[in-house]
Write a protein that binds this ligand. Structure first.
Ligand code: PMP
Length: 471
């Protein structure tokens, strides 16, 4: 990962933090990575800010879990009240889970009428795959090349972004995600090419003797580098999947709960309605709650034939948090805020990209934005530059602005703040990014020179079609 701490490189964070890193390494080991070359020690949070032990504030432009803000007062009060009263599980009769479920389901298309609760996105993906397998009596799954859907055995089996040592089983086939920077830009071509690849993948499964069960996609393909445009880009692929008798599972762990602005869910961008929807991360603002929303007949059949009970899934405390999250999103009009602040921020990013050819494309919607970092000087104008993306992420961290990088080539700077992000926060991010870009103009080329690849990337007033594709 270009944006993670390298223990071998060490840090200049001072003796206390260095000692903590060393103790952590001893007991937590390899699975526990830290963000940034100089990891951030966090003491408390408030809204879109995190504070270190010295009281310095960091602008959190990355964390989507605290969707209604760090240390949100309403969530805290609701959770404390419920925890002080009772916390059981779903086999006792309580009002709150029914009230919340009715409210949640009312936010979905009419055919999605029931919900099942779990604790993590991975568990919910796992459950959705099991439901799909049960109702289709099939096991074949199609996913995108750099998908991430979770950590359980079944969800890791559909998560190629975990790398080559996470071998995919024969019932899983990958297809390249649409690439808004490199695919042809004519209307409908990107979507049609993607749909064709999904059709080919289903035929590949059939040749292996595997019957197709489901197409599962993150509605904005976050780990493939964030694909929000052209609108409707995933729609034709879903039609192809349905034509082969499969279900469409929308993974809304990243794109759900107003992240993209006005719509509650990412799938609505694509003009298609899923059979199963997976929810997670922001649902409880940090309390572990996730869900699968689906058709009544599918969920009834699965529940009757296979049964499902999750001890911590949908406990009164997690439902209290989830209810407070919906209250906050609605009463504070956070979807409208995401749309307005997101648009202003994207405009600002476009302005920076217009004068810096290293920012190959700005894309995204609402408060989920991405800047694709490229090497503009070589023969391939769109060659990814993960090294520079890493420098940008770490440079911003040093200015106390927190973002990350992802995508197939790890060259996509990902901006995904809590929805309480304001225009002032957006300005702070843009100012810091402008400074980092200026600072990396000389250094960036030197860094690439030592890699033996093309150097020199001084920014000029270059305006290329790629930057402005998706306003
Ligand atoms: N799906 C997507 C799209 C995700 O981004 C994630 C988490 N990054 C998951 C599923 C898994 O969620 P969790 O970490 O809560 O298990």
């Amino acid at each position: 990962m270009v944006n993670s701490f390298d223990p071998a490189a060490g840090t200049n964070l001072g003796p206390r933090a260095s000692a903590l890193i060393e103790r952590r390494r001893r007991v937590l080991g390899a699975p526990y990575r830290l963000f940034y070359e100089r990891p951030v020690e966090v003491r408390r949070g408030e809204g879109a800010l995190l504070f270190d032990p010295d009281g310095l504030d960091y602008l959190d432009a990355y964390n989507n879990v605290p969707v209604v803000g760090h240390a949100n007062a309403r969530v805290r009060a609701a959770v404390a009240e419920q925890l002080g009263r009772v916390n059981t599980h779903t086999r006792y009769l309580t009002d709150e889970i029914v009230d919340y479920s009715e409210r949640l389901i009312s936010l979905f298309p009419e055919h999605l009428e029931q919900v099942v609760y779990a604790c993590t996105g991975s568990e919910a993906v796992d459950l959705a795959l099991r439901i799909a397998a049960h109702v289709t009596r099939a096991s074949g799954i199609v996913i995108t090349t750099n998908a991430y859907h979770g950590t359980t055995r079944a969800s890791a089996a559909v998560s190629p972004s975990l790398g080559p040592n996470n071998a995919l089983p024969p019932h899983v086939v990958t297809v390249a995600a649409p690439d808004p920077l490199r695919d042809p830009v004519e209307d409908g071509v990107t979507a049609a090419l993607f749909a064709q690849r999904v059709g080919d993948a289903i035929r590949q499964l059939e040749r292996r003797g595997v019957t197709f069960s489901a197409l599962i996609m993150d509605s904005v393909l976050s780990s493939d580098g964030l694909v929000t445009h052209p609108e409707g880009v995933l729609g034709p692929a879903v039609e192809v999947a349905r034509g082969h008798g499969g279900l469409y599972i929308a993974d809304e762990v990243q794109s759900g709960f107003g992240r993209l602005g006005a719509p509650w869910w990412g799938f609505s961008r694509h003009g298609v309605e899923p059979d199963l929807v997976v929810l997670g991360k922001p649902m409880g603002n940090g309390l572990p709650i996730s869900a699968v929303v689906g058709r009544r007949d599918h969920l009834e059949t699965f529940g009757r034939d296979v049964r499902y009970f999750n001890t911590f899934g949908g406990t009164p405390v997690s439902i209290a948090a989830a209810t407070a999250v919906l209250d906050e999103i609605e009463e504070r009009e956070l979807r409208a805020n995401a749309a307005a602040v997101g648009t202003a921020l994207r405009e600002g990013l476009h302005a920076l990209a217009d004068s810096d050819p290293r920012l190959g494309q700005v894309r995204g919607e609402g408060l989920f934005l991405a800047v694709e970092v490229v090497q503009p000087d070589g023969t391939d104008e769109h060659a990814p530059d993960a090294t520079l993306a890493g420098r940008v992420v770490n440079g911003l961290r040093d200015k106390r602005v927190l973002v990350s990088a992802s995508g197939r080539y790890e060259n996509v700077v990902k901006i995904r703040p809590p929805l309480v992000f304001t225009r002032e926060h957006a300005d702070r991010l843009l100012t810091a990014l402008d400074e980092v870009l200026a600072e990396t103009r000389g250094a960036g080329s030197a860094a690439r020179d030592t890699d033996g690849s093309a150097g020199g990337s001084a920014g000029g007033p270059v305006s290329r079609a790629g930057n402005r594709l998706h306003r």
